[in-house]
Ligand binder design. Structure first.
Ligand code: ATP
Length: 356
């Protein structure tokens, strides 16, 4: 296993890129620590696969270097980089048994048969396929096939990193949670560096110790799941993580204070001295309450989502969401809304612009 450093990476699929938007990866500087459980989270087209292919060596970046434990591997072939990859769809040999499928990556490298057997048994136990070892892979259910595919990625103990590219896409929703928690457990046991690529926040937040959030070819925040929820560094993170996501409300900045629909809004702390550009307030629905005093609002929708209600209301021409426990107003009712001050942030041009 190795620490993986991405230094000043940029990548364009155009032969002669000129402007910033010509780059699928804009400027990536990142260390993946040895043994970490990472998720790479972002919407379709943000550059996740491009980044993964650059780490695995399938793609050479237009600019920048890739280092494994400080050694420059940018020009190394995928084989030499010693990486295991698990894809969206199972990659297994249908005609082989489960045992032989798991043993294959080790036999291929001439590993001692006794060690192969120990390792296959161990991984099979962890994945709960030990009673299927003699079965042909062709007869397995789709989720067991994908488990086997994961097992093939995990069976080698000499890899620098195991990368999972949306591995639960083909799995039934009710089995997803099971495999997700299994993978987390596997990481704790095998201690490989793992990078899990997904556009699904639940998958990212349950698997990873550190989540790397990408948007439009840039890393917008790296943090624990709690960090990302508690203090989003960018409105994209606030909106992408959470259900519903953070309210992002256009506001005016006057004398270093924020005004929303003409009313002053107390912020978590002072506005950064260099704050400028498009100003927005970020407040999560969890911290918007209906109170006796506050912003005048009209309820436009109430959705019962089980544990609580999501109330959508208009303040002037802007819609926002509030998560309300207990009594809820009805559609059309006039209410007053207030924001919890220590959770109310200013963002300028998308980036966090308040200090604490
Ligand atoms: P998805 O989740 O849909 O796979 P992604 O986050 O992995 O998306 P990438 O596939 O890395 O994103 O794509 C990043 C950008 O690069 C997109 O704008 C995409 O259209 C572009 N792109 C990807 N592959 C190529 C290619 N071979 N040639 C040209 N442009 C490409």
């Amino acid at each position: 296993m190795a620490k993986i450093t991405l230094s000043n990476l940029r990548h364009s699929y155009y032969p002669a890129p000129e402007k910033r938007d010509d780059y699928a990866l804009k400027n990536i500087d990142l260390d993946w620590e040895d043994g970490g459980a990472y998720a790479l989270l972002g919407p379709s087209g943000c550059g996740k696969t491009t980044l993964l292919n650059i780490i695995s060596g399938l793609l050479t970046p237009s600019e920048g270097r890739i280092l494994f434990d400080g050694k420059d591997v940018t020009d190394w072939t995928p084989g030499r980089r010693n990486i295991a990859q698990v894809f969206q769809f199972p990659v297994i040999y249908d005609t082989m048994t489960v045992y032989d499928n798991l043993a294959f990556p080790l036999r291929n490298r001439g590993v001692d048969p006794a060690h192969i057997d120990r390792r296959v048994q161990e991984i099979a136990r962890l994945l709960e396929v030990e009673n299927m070892l003699d079965r042909r892979a062709s007869g397995l259910s789709p989720d067991n096939k994908q488990k086997l595919s994961m097992g093939r990625g995990l069976v080698r103990d000499d890899v620098n990193v195991v990368m999972f590219d949306e591995p639960l896409t083909v799995i039934d929703p009710h089995l997803k949670w099971k495999l997700r928690s299994k993978l987390k457990e596997l990481h704790q046991r095998v201690k490989h560096t793992m990078i899990y690529v997904t556009h699904d926040q639940t998958e990212a937040l349950t698997f990873a110790d550190q989540v790397v959030v990408m948007d439009e070819g840039e890393i917008v925040q790296i943090g624990t799941p709690v960090d990302l929820f508690a203090r989003p560094a960018h409105t994209f993170v606030g909106h992408f993580i959470g259900s519903p996501g953070m309210n992002v409300l256009p506001c005016e900045l006057r004398n270093r204070g924020a005004f929303f629909q003409g009313s002053p809004v107390p912020l978590e702390g002072p506005v950064r001295a260099d704050a400028s550009g498009r100003a927005e307030i970020g407040i999560r629905p969890e911290f918007v309450t209906i109170s006796d005093a506050g912003l005048d609002a009209v309820v436009v929708k109430v959705s019962d989502v089980g544990r609580h209600n999501v109330v959508q209301a208009m303040v002037g021409d802007t819609k926002l969401a509030a998560i309300i426990e207990g009594d809820v107003p009805h559609k059309g009712e006039s209410v007053k809304l207030s924001f919890r001050q220590d959770q109310t942030r200013l963002y300028c041009d998308g980036w966090l612009a308040t200090e604490i």
